[in-house]
Design a protein around this ligand. Structure first.
Ligand code: ATP
Length: 338
């Protein structure tokens, strides 16, 4: 459900906000529980203005529970959440205007028309007329009179994303952003998320699509069983956890069919001290780091008069790092060929 409902009860407005270190979102040792089951345990992170922050993890890892706690939709069992210094549960009115939410399985009244929902959101967020440009950007401008029930799943998803951006929001929460979108709409949606961030809006997103996380997130927290097992930039997590790259030198081609030259190249490559992998006949395979070890191989081949194209590489991706971090790796890595 897209949940931007106002809750304008001044009695629930909390005390002065506490210091938030300039962060839009400050999650400090957050614990969320359902009855006796602890779904999220002592999770901490901050999101700066203009930052796209990702939460990833297997089904049931606790992503939605965290997102809902940040949006004030879920009570906090332990720890603290603030959005621009406000407690999302106590300062509902303030937080409602600061946060746009596009939640999983966004649900709208099926008989409501697109335009009616836009009017409602414009009223809630005190942003008259602001939906027109958003509907245009999301390819829904001619749908103002359509009942929600007549929209395709992808259209409803895009509408949820457009509505989440209405008003002067400081944080947009996107739970499984591009589920149900075709590849073109997916790329368009990515662009709109990056535009939002470029305007200084903080973005908290969950996703099962690791390419999406790599493309969008400055930092990402990897969750397993309700706890953060790693938190860093996707590229740094890839470097630290994805496992080594594989480099292949095709000796027959590299040495132009000259056995002596091939033997010389093989001996010199052996001198680099890289881990040798079992390769096909005539091919040498090494495990090493990219770009450092790759550059060493390329330099060595260049000394022997061979071009960089003589070495192929297979570099693990962020998805490989993710699978290792959540304990689901099956040993097959290396999906980026060069
Ligand atoms: N309302 C609820 N009552 C009881 N348990 C719940 C409730 N909501 C979630 N849970 C449980 O809490 C855990 C975390 O769920 P959550 O939906 O936060 O995970 P998630 O990472 O978002 O999963 P998914 O990727 O499937 O959306 C799961 O074990 C889930 O079954």
């Amino acid at each position: 459900m897209t949940t931007n409902q106002p809750s304008a009860d001044p009695a629930t407005t909390g005390p002065e906000p506490e210091p938030d270190h300039g962060a839009v979102v400050d999650v400090d040792r957050l614990t969320v529980a359902y009855g006796t089951f602890t779904a999220v345990r002592e999770v901490s992170f901050r999101i700066a203005p203009g930052e796209v922050f990702g939460l990833v993890g297997p089904n049931g890892a606790g992503k939605t529970s965290i997102v809902e706690a940040v949006g004030g939709l879920r009570p906090v069992r332990g720890g603290r959440v603030t959005v621009c210094g406000h407690d999302p549960r106590r300062d509902r009115e303030a937080v409602t205007r600061l946060v746009g939410m596009q939640l999983q399985e966004s649900q709208f009244p099926s008989r409501a028309r697109v335009g009616e929902l836009c009017d409602l959101y414009e009223a809630i967020y005190r942003a008259p007329g602001s939906s027109a440009a958003l509907l245009e950007a999301f390819g829904l401008a001619d749908r103002r009179r359509s009942p929600i029930a007549d929209l395709s799943g992808g259209m409803r998803q895009r509408l949820a994303l457009a509505l989440a951006q209405i008003g002067d929001v400081r944080l947009v929460v996107l739970d499984e952003l591009t589920t149900g979108l075709d590849p073109h709409q997916r790329r368009e949606t990515w662009r709109s998320v990056l535009d939002l961030a470029a305007r200084g809006v903080a973005v908290l997103l969950t996703s099962h699509a690791m390419d999406e996380v790599e493309a969008l997130c400055g930092r990402v927290a990897v969750l397993r069983g309700g706890e953060i097992v790693a938190l860093d930039a996707p590229a740094r997590l890839t470097e630290a956890h994805a496992g080594p790259s594989t480099f292949t030198v095709d000796l027959a081609t590299a040495a132009d069919g000259e056995p002596e030259r091939a033997a010389g190249v093989e001996e010199r490559l052996g001198g680099l001290g890289l881990t040798r992998l079992p390769g096909a006949p005539g091919r040498l395979e090494f495990a090493g780091s990219f770009p450092a070890d790759y550059d060493r191989i390329v330099r060595l081949l260049a000394d022997a008069g061979l071009p960089p194209s003589a070495v192929g590489r297979s570099t693990p991706t962020f998805e490989d790092a993710y699978l290792r971090l959540v304990g689901a790796a099956d040993g097959t890595t290396g999906t980026k060929e060069a």
